[in-house]
Design a binder for this molecule. Structure first.
Ligand code: FES
Length: 136
């Protein structure tokens, strides 16, 4: 087993990781760092509970091989969205609508909505009806 050192930018901070490029997925690496908000459900790229934003794109972390991830890639996990005392508007809307259910897949849905919100902002920068509440 050949281990490799690499750097990733996770939630805005550069972090050095040690990984097994032959075996590890992005989800394996993220979870080993203690960022367990990235959940593993199907582990086949189907359910979306492991979704992160990798270099601005929604990515199923369970099927993304770390060997195919560029050094210093920017990764946004649920831990990088809001704080317990300053929730992101998507998190507040989720609570207000009672959409949490069991909570297992919520981090993946949040990242999907955050990405959708960013795209919506780019395509409708002057306001109007919005799918996702604006971040303050
Ligand atoms: S765990 Fe289901 S898509 Fe990754």
């Amino acid at each position: 087993m050949n281990l490799r050192k690499m750097w990733l930018n996770i939630n805005g901070a550069n972090r050095m990781i040690i990984c097994n490029p032959e075996k590890d997925t992005l989800a394996d690496v993220i979870r080993r760092m203690g960022l367990t908000g990235t959940k593993i459900g199907c582990n086949k790229g189907v359910c979306g509970s492991c979704t992160v934003i990798l270099n601005g794109k929604l990515t199923r972390a369970c099927t993304k091989k770390i060997s195919k991830t560029d050094e210093y890639s920017q990764i946004l996990t649920i831990e990088g969205i809001g704080t317990p005392t300053n929730l992101h508007p998507i998190q507040v809307a989720w609570m207000n609508c009672g959409a949490v259910q069991c909570g297992f897949c919520v981090p993946g849905f949040h990242r999907f909505l955050l990405c959708a919100s960013d795209r919506e902002q780019q395509s409708h920068p002057r306001g109007g009806p919005r799918l996702v509440p604006e971040a303050s």
